[in-house]
Design a protein around this ligand. Structure first.
Ligand code: OAD
Length: 228
């Protein structure tokens, strides 16, 4: 039976594709006040601004492609049962071909009804822009994004995946946003944990830090895993 390799990715995973991270120098939150464009309060206060922010993110996503790191994660499926938990709202893991991707913070290419959160639509690539007046099947819509101040519905299945992991790998996250940052606490005792990041945050003793970008770090990880 294949081992279960659970991977948790953050913005650094997509950095080499050309999508800015949030908190690095020049990151998104330096140019856009996070509480204006990505919080529940901000959305209530100025929904048009929030729609426009995510329209711009969607347009950018259409111009970029998965990088070597995304492709290495697909390659690892030959030898492992790979499950990806991502904080990223882009679809680069799916476009690279990963089979199991769980989005913690929502998905950029989707919107949902304001009056019924179970109604979710994938936007057509030819019309990715939405406004507070956009109607789909008669419903006003909002970005299918977990705003700050909102619950993270997929954290429960994510915790279950981490608790079942034979190997756990964290890639490209500053580990400041909870509950995602707390996933590390759910690994079983004795499970090897790796953290790939060129500017790693402090992590518990026992975590093997690979100080490198996602593509290079995953190359190194593949070699380490081959030896075991
Ligand atoms: P951050 O911007 O906080 O952190 C990005 C991390 O990526 C940092 O630790 C960088 O060192 C690292 N990094 C930079 N270049 C990299 C590369 N080439 N390869 C690998 N790592 C690299 O982004 P997140 O931790 O993902 O939420 O942020 C978490 C959440 O905060 C996001 O999902 C978003 C944001 O607010 C929402 O919008 C709901």
């Amino acid at each position: 039976m294949k081992k279960k390799l659970v991977i948790s990715t953050g913005a650094g995973m997509s950095a080499e594709s050309g999508i800015s991270t949030f908190r690095d120098a020049g990151g998104l939150w330096e140019n856009y006040p996070v509480m204006d464009v990505a919080s529940a309060t901000g959305f209530r206060r100025n929904p048009a601004l929030v729609h426009e922010f995510y329209n711009a993110r969607r347009r950018q996503l259409m111009t970029v492609s998965p990088n070597e790191g995304h492709r290495t994660l697909v390659d690892l499926e030959k030898d492992y049962d790979v499950y990806i938990i991502t904080q990223n709202v882009d679809n680069l893991h799916e476009r690279a071909g990963s089979a199991h991707v769980l989005h913690l913070h929502g998905e950029l290419t989707k919107v949902r009804a304001l009056d019924d959160e179970s109604l979710i639509w994938e936007l057509p690539p030819e019309n990715l822009d939405t406004t507070p007046d956009t109607l789909i099947d008669g419903h006003r819509v909002r970005p299918h994004i977990v705003f700050f101040e909102e619950a993270v519905p997929n954290i429960e299945p994510a915790i279950e995946l981490v608790a079942e992991a034979d190997i756990f790998v964290v890639i490209g996250t500053s580990l400041v946003v909870y509950p995602a940052a707390g996933l590390l606490n759910y690994v079983k005792r004795g499970v090897p944990v790796y953290y790939i990041d060129p500017n790693p945050a402090a992590v518990p003793a026992g975590v093997t830090v690979i100080k490198a970008g996602a593509s290079e770090g995953l190359r190194q990880l593949k070699e380490i895993l081959c030896r075991h």
